[in-house]
Design a protein around this ligand. Structure first.
Ligand SMILES: Cc1cc2nc3c(=O)[nH]c(=O)nc-3n(C[C@H](O)[C@H](O)[C@H](O)COP(=O)(O)O)c2cc1C
Length: 355
């Protein structure tokens, strides 16, 4: 297959691969810039960037300043396109979106709840708004709401299937039968859901497929099925450019398929992670005393949460596996070596071209 470029709004990139946002602090400037330099789009995950101590004093400001730092650092490393991923459930989502726009970011990706009010947070028409959805129905709800309330549509849609990493847009029951919600089955319903809005607004709304895409052959197959591009995350963790601690990458390299599990996150959504010492201690009934001075997630029930997920994700980033939650996609067990972003993308390109 000839590698098709990806067009979103006014921008065209030669490689139809978006590196998915990975919180907390998994997709930082170096990784993002490396992917953008290879012709794809890199995504900074905005969640949990603020220094924990500084956040206790002024949460919004600590997050904003760390986010600005990361955006500027990425811009210093690439002239390519940088996206930001801002979870709708963040209590400071609006502040982060306004900050990203002020910093000249042109792609805002938002998920983890339907981003129904996203257009209200930036009126700049040059900023591309990209909702993450997990079904045709969800795509329809978001696009219909945006059309009615804001007279605009999405610039692209990310369809995230059940094999993705981090928080998932499926119930625990649905995740028990992932074949029923395979990307190849969900894609036609999402393509059908965006079609009326493509017709109404007279432009294409690219559908980007995500979740479990691992090889160039996977990419070629889903492009052939009608996706305009893919979003990949897990495969970018085991690269030197990813700035997590070596212990985090080792957890991926050593994971067996049966170590990859679904958890109930305090955020109120299921998530996928590697069963490590931390998860085993929770399974054995451990409960942490949580002091929450800033309430970073609107949906976190602090009174009932058994641990602070923000802290557990920061711990993993720092390599503290006793207390660290390692998010991953279903295919993390297939990662068997550290490979540079350049070599990984060369491999993926060769596989797409060989298809
Ligand atoms: C470590 C990790 C952290 C993630 N964090 C986020 C996040 O903060 N926001 C988000 O929308 N998606 C997040 N995701 C999902 C990815 O952006 C992506 O859509 C998904 O993992 C793609 O599937 P793959 O990992 O199989 O390639 C995360 C995924 C991983 C592996």
């Amino acid at each position: 297959m000839k590698i098709p470029p990806l067009r979103i709004g006014d921008l065209t990139v030669p490689l139809p691969i978006i590196q998915g946002g990975m919180g907390v602090r998994v997709s930082l400037a170096r990784l993002v810039a490396a992917v953008a330099n290879e012709g794809g789009i890199g995504t900074i995950a905005a969640v949990g960037l603020g220094d924990i101590e500084a956040s206790k004093l002024d949460f919004e400001r600590a997050c904003r300043e760390a986010f600005i730092y990361e955006i500027r650092r990425a811009k210093g490393l690439t002239k390519g396109p940088i996206a930001v991923n801002i979870l709708g459930v963040l209590s400071n989502a609006r502040d982060l979106i306004e900050t990203a726009v002020r910093e000249g970011i042109k792609f805002i990706v938002s998920g983890a709840s339907l981003p129904l009010r996203l257009p209200e947070m930036t009126e700049d028409p040059s900023v591309n708004l990209v909702p993450i959805i997990s079904s045709g129905r969800a795509a329809d709800i978001v696009l219909r709401t945006w059309d009615k309330r804001y007279r605009r549509t999405a610039d692209a849609v990310i369809l995230e299937g059940p094999l993705a990493g981090g928080h998932l847009g499926f119930s625990i029951e649905q995740l028990q039968e992932p074949e029923r919600y395979a990307l190849a089955l969900l894609l036609p319903e999402v393509l059908a859901a965006v079609k009326p809005f493509e017709d109404k607004y007279g432009r294409k709304i690219p559908v980007i497929a995500a979740g479990g895409i691992y090889t160039g052959t996977d990419i070629a197959r889903i492009l052939e099925a009608g996706a305009s591009g893919v979003q990949m995350a897990t495969r970018f963790v085991c690269t030197p450019e990813c700035e997590v601690a070596p212990e985090f990458k080792r957890a991926y390299l050593e994971a067996r398929e049966e170590d990859i599990v679904i958890i109930r996150s305090p955020v109120g959504l299921p998530g996928r992670a590697i069963r490590n010492r931390f998860l085993r201690s929770l399974e054995a009934g451990a409960r942490e005393k949580i002091k929450c001075p800033y309430h970073c997630l609107a949906t976190c029930n602090v009174a009932e949460a058994r641990y602070c997920i923000a802290l557990a994700l920061v711990n993993a980033y720092q390599g503290n596996m006793e207390k660290g939650l390692v998010f991953c996609g279903q295919n993390a067990y297939r990662c068997d070596r550290i490979i540079s972003v350049h070599d990984l993308i060369a491999e993926l390109k060769a596989e797409i071209e060989a298809y």
